[in-house]
Ligand binder design. Sequence first.
Ligand code: FAD
Length: 503
Amino acid sequence: MQMNNTYDFIIIGSGFGGSITAMCLVQRGFSVAIVEKDRHPRFAIGESSTPAADMILRDLAESYDLPLLKKLSRYGSWQKHVPEVVCGLKRGFSYYFHEPGQPFQSSRDHSRELLVAASTDDKNSDTNWLRSDVDQLLSGYAADLGADLFEGTQIEKLNRSKDAWQVQAQRDDEPLQMSASWILDATGSPVFAERFLGVHSSSDGFYTNSRAVYSHYTGAGRWLDYLNENSFYTDDYPYNPDHSALHQFTEEGWMWMLRFNNELLSAGFLIADNMGSENPKKPAEAQWQRLCNRYPSLKQIFRNSNIAARPGRIIQTGRLQRKLGRVFGNGWTALPHTAGFVDPLHSTGISFTLSGIRRLLPILEQLDNGKLSVPDLNKYEETVGKELSFMDMLVSSCYISRFRFDLFTASVMLYFAAVITWEQRYLSGNRDHAFLCPDIPDLYEMVSDTHGELLMLGSGPINDKKSAGLIERIRTRIEPFNRAGLMDPEKYNMYRHTAVTLS
Ligand SMILES: Cc1cc2nc3c(=O)[nH]c(=O)nc-3n(C[C@H](O)[C@H](O)[C@H](O)COP(=O)(O)OP(=O)(O)OC[C@H]3O[C@@H](n4cnc5c(N)ncnc54)[C@H](O)[C@@H]3O)c2cc1C
């Protein structure tokens, strides 16, 4: 490939965020380089997609003539067109409530289970993305369209003068020099921005306080098999929970389980650090083992499992909540996942990233002599900030209420009410608004009032009377946004369909 070393945009990072942004800019005629420190296929976390993400993919596919993105927007079309790219079937969101030292218990009316379908059948379902495969596909596609992709490349020096960046990088033993009008930080981490762009990241102001211990596993048992072997009533399940974003709630926090078609399982414990229940200084393996041992049903699922070759180890993070002090500056802009992150609880990462890119692209397309509109970038920054704060309250509400499954099932409905409202707005053509609609005052109040009340309850067990009162207030608060029969006692925690139908 002939490499041109002067670009309109250099994108740092070739996760799906960087690669999709590159594709769209190339399709609008811009010259783009993507600089990636690793080489594909490489391990990446953040796999569970949602109807909101699918909608944006389809929208970008149409607006930028990128048919591949439409193929990835549903399980059926993915399997038809790119079956070699591994994904998993994700029919919805499932939640189970565990108590320490006890095998999982529930009743015929599903008092400790909640299943919320997001699609009516497998063909139209969402997917779990095996990120190593998906990111390799997308970065390759961006390169095929005309972006210059530099893998295994580290930026060493950045200098901006006369509305252009001079960049020095190193690819293996080869020094590279390039220049660009604008840099997009798609690294999904604050490290690059802190080192080269002079901004700082902080956890200040977040209510959520969690960290993760995770890996990919082979040979892990299936949750539905466990339920059936132990005679739990599953006849009225809207879908197989192994084909969903499976959340196992524990005293310490919760565990995600996301299954792929090749039988790999992505699994991770989220630990609420304000519990002080786990020592982050212990090795990741010891923390994982201790948590599994505390919950006999989870231990059973992992009894014959092995850590997958990629990543080949258990990874532990520090506190996940972070936000950059600025999201843009002279000659640079950060993509959403670089700008900040809350927690994977509501699987908002992919849709938050895509919705930010969807709003950012028209701003980037106005690039003129190394300049972009500052008022437009300010608006982008303000919106990303509001989205992060709003997601924080939605997530924090669920962490606080997780000690009582009845209150948790009410709290999680705040998220479903918000995302369904966002999806309906998006489908009606109103596509530039903030993700999850924190800009709708009544919706914002629904969340902030409930979160405020939950905070007053403090952390730890919540008594029956207080919980019942709050559940009723949540029911009243979500009513104006409740178009999917959420919190209907007749449904016994089994919701057959909540997402809007895509054409
Ligand atoms: C524990 C955890 C679980 C998550 N689970 C979910 C989930 O279930 N669903 C969901 O929607 N989201 C989830 N997320 C969020 C999800 O990971 C992000 O939304 C997603 O990764 C954003 O994609 P991205 O392409 O913007 O960034 P990333 O995926 O972070 O990609 C960044 C890329 O930049 C490269 N890079 C980094 N630094 C440099 C550098 N200095 N130079 C060059 N290249 C660099 C990296 O190698 C990588 O390829 C989770 C996040 C975490 C932390």
